[in-house]
Design a protein around this ligand. Structure first.
Ligand code: KMH
Ligand code: ZN
Length: 272
């Protein structure tokens, strides 16, 4: 099996400091939190921006500051969000890709998101893929339900995404596909043979689904964006604690952890 790529989704767009007092919000806090997650074994940092009030923003200047601060501390792969928060315009959402981070997320379909709708019409998906291609940013397909895999494969067929294909299965969002082993196996079955995949499961599903992914040869995303607890009723002290636990489980199961350099090779990220 390939080495395990761990993504740390340290901030997200939705979690507040009231809900998780240790969530990083400012660029400095995010960079420090990412460095700790990297030290614990993460090779990708999935990043969202927050403004001075702590609300989600896709402001290029905020992302620029975060990326510069992260890169001054560690060599982790920075993956910017193009999902942003529900209700943002496509123009705002795609803006951080112009900074040419190594990776960006690309959600390939519309889905209910709790009481909201996370809009991703195919025209928007195509436009985002095209901007990523122009800026040589490797997409990670964010897959909230099975049909989104086929939308991703469709834009690959259209030539809008080239090279290695990497999918992130986001399981357990209310309104999207639930976090079960049966659903995970079915989704993995739909992928082209050479594609790689990660599981990002929400809340109490994060740890069991991560463990399944380790066993199945997939990769793992943990962090406050998806889960703020360490165990039932106990908030996590840091994103790094969640990463460190995955490293320990992987070690017990005999799966080595990928460094960022190894993750770049596995994901076909251009290092020139
Ligand atoms: N905040 C969600 C609506 C992504 O980062 O690309 C979308 C999201 C996905 O978080
Ligand atoms: Zn995100």
């Amino acid at each position: 099996m390939e080495k395990l790529i761990i993504t740390a989704a340290v901030v997200g767009a939705e979690v507040t400091r009231n809900e998780q007092p240790n969530i990083p919000l400012t660029p400095d806090e995010i960079a420090i939190e990412v460095e700790k997650a990297w030290e614990a074994g993460a090779s990708i940092a999935h990043i969202h921006g927050r403004d001075l009030a702590g609300n989600a923003t896709q402001d290029v200047n905020v992302y620029r500051e975060i990326i510069e601060k992260v890169k001054s501390r560690c060599d982790i792969i920075v993956q910017v969000s193009t999902g942003g928060a529900v209700g943002m315009t496509p123009v705002d959402r795609i803006a951080p890709v112009t900074l040419r981070p190594e990776m960006a997320t690309l959600t390939t379909g519309t889905v209910n998101f709790g009481n909201d709708v996370f809009m991703n019409a195919m025209d928007t998906v195509r436009q985002f893929a095209s901007v990523m291609k122009t800026h040589e940013v490797r997409p990670e397909f964010e897959i909230f339900d099975v049909g989104m895999i086929y939308n991703a494969l469709q834009i690959v067929k259209e030539g809008l995404v080239e090279g290695h294909l990497h999918f992130d299965f986001v399981l357990g969002v209310p309104g999207a596909i639930p976090a079960t082993v049966q659903h995970l196996l079915h989704m993995v079955d739909q992928l082209p043979e050479e594609a790689t995949w990660t599981v990002a499961a929400l809340g109490r599903h994060q740890l069991p689904m991560a463990t399944h992914a380790i066993c199945l040869g997939g990769n793992v995303r943990v962090g406050f964006e998806d889960n703020i607890y360490y165990k039932k009723g106990v908030l996590a002290n840091s994103n790094a604690d969640l990463v460190a636990r995955v490293v320990r489980i992987a070690s017990e199961l005999g799966r080595d952890i990928a460094t960022p350099t190894e993750a770049r090779r596995i994901l076909g990220i251009n290092t020139q």
